[in-house]
Design a protein around this ligand. Structure first.
Ligand code: NAD
Ligand code: DAU
Length: 342
């Protein structure tokens, strides 16, 4: 069995590569990644010499290169993690999001049609459902919740999802889609909430909370997401969407305070800054379908997962310090330099 993992040098893709190599010693895992600012080859160094693993530096929008790799490797399964994934960056520059997230998905599926495939799996997000109000804790996203996007990022992911379903209906491509809530854990790029707050707190820098910090996200440990995708590509039904989430809703401000507590840092580091434009209020996944059909349940409780994650960032400073000392510094200045305190 040969599995293509696109975007495997990023946060969740890399965790999935490790999961697959550990779980299926007989599988060949081929990682395709363009190595954008978010892709980091050093993350994959533990598996680079594994004879069952190959890395190919490829843009998923590059049709010729993608077709060539399909011809060479003849994949059985393609799992598409490759994406521009950061909402804030999509607000600054939407175009690359449409290119990679929609057109890149099309190129991959065209290759699947041309060369044949057992399964094409699209890694999507709960953000395609838009947001829920804070005063209706009884409401959750199910697979039939209408698509209702807020940001260029979520719109591009929703566009890709619609295209995936169209390729299933029109060309009978055997597809599945997973829509997961916010992940956290090792190798999370340090411009996202949890790793950014850990890195800033360790440096005694301000902790920039958008708006009042009351927005709610539904956090899932990354390994639990990887196990869900593993189940879906092996046992999930073709043409189906599966929501993935662990009923772990938390306000941003509570996460930041928890990180301060775990690191022994004062809450006075917290700085309230200008809110994200179009900021979604609350995400909350109903994972009943994947639980009932595939027996999936999250294994890591947030209280344990956040401790493991903080320990990982303390033990692997070189990984993230290298990132934040480079191009990311320009990003940080641009995004937070002009973000007024409120
Ligand atoms: P990430 O930004 O950490 O990684 C994305 C990877 O894709 C990087 O390695 C990057 O180099 C690569 N990439 C980008 N454009 C590419 C292109 N044109 N061709 C090939 N590779 C390219 O993202 P992540 O947080 O690991 O998210 C992975 C996927 O999971 C995304 O599709 C995202 O929408 C989805 N998702 C993320 C979360 C989350 O909480 N992070 C939750 C649900 C779904
Ligand atoms: O819900 C799944 C989504 O989760 C994925 O589809 C995205 O790829 C992933 O990036 C993530 O999106 P979010 O926008 O929820 O994640 P982010 O870490 O950027 O922000 C989490 C929350 O924290 C959000 O409400 C904005 C807030 N925030 C974020 C940053 C970076 C702050 O208050 N301050 C910050 O500096």
């Amino acid at each position: 069995m040969t599995v293509f993992v696109t975007g495997g040098a990023g946060f969740i893709g890399a965790n999935f590569v490790f999961h697959m190599l550990n779980t299926y010693p007989g599988y060949r895992i081929v990682c395709l990644d363009k190595l954008t600012y978010a892709g980091n080859l050093s993350t994959l160094s533990p598996v680079m010499d594994n004879p069952n693993f190959r890395f190919a530096k490829i843009d998923i929008c590059d049709r010729e290169a993608i077709y060539k790799l399909f011809e060479e490797e003849k994949p059985d399964i393609v799992v598409n993690f490759a994406a521009e994934s950061h909402v804030d960056r999509s607000i600054e520059n939407p175009e690359i999001f449409l290119q990679t997230n929609i057109l890149g998905t099309q190129v991959l599926m065209d290759a699947c049609r041309k060369y044949g495939i057992q399964r094409y799996h699209q890694v999507s997000t709960d953000e395609v459902y838009g947001d829920l109000p804070l005063d209706r804790p009884d409401l959750f996203f199910t697979e039939t919740t209408p698509i209702h996007t807020s940001s260029p990022y979520s719109s591009s992911k929703a566009g890709a999802d619609l295209l995936v379903m169209a390729y299933n209906r029109t060309y009978e491509l055997p597809v599945t889609i997973s829509r997961c809530s916010n992940n956290y854990g090792p190798y999370h790029f340090p411009e996202k909430l949890i790793p950014l707050m850990i890195a800033n707190a360790l440096a005694d820098k301000p902790l920039p909370v958008y708006g009042e910090g009351l927005n709610v996200r539904d956090w899932l440990y990354v390994e639990d997401h990887c196990r869900a995708i593993d189940l879906i590509i092996h046992n999930g039904k073709v043409g189906e969407v599966y929501n993935v989430g662990g009923h772990n809703e938390m306000k941003n401000i509570d996460i930041v305070k928890l990180i301060c507590k775990e690191l022994g840092k004062p809450e006075s580091l917290i700085t309230y800054v200008t809110d994200r434009k179009g900021h979604d209020m609350r995400y909350a996944i109903d994972p009943t379908k994947i639980h009932n059909e595939l027996g999936w349940l999250p294994e890591t409780k947030f209280a344990d997962g956040i401790k493991k994650t903080i320990k990982w960032y303390l033990d692997n400073k070189e990984w993230w310090e290298t990132i934040i000392s480079g191009e990311y510094q320009n990003y940080y200045e641009k995004m937070y330099g002009n973000r007024a305190e409120v």
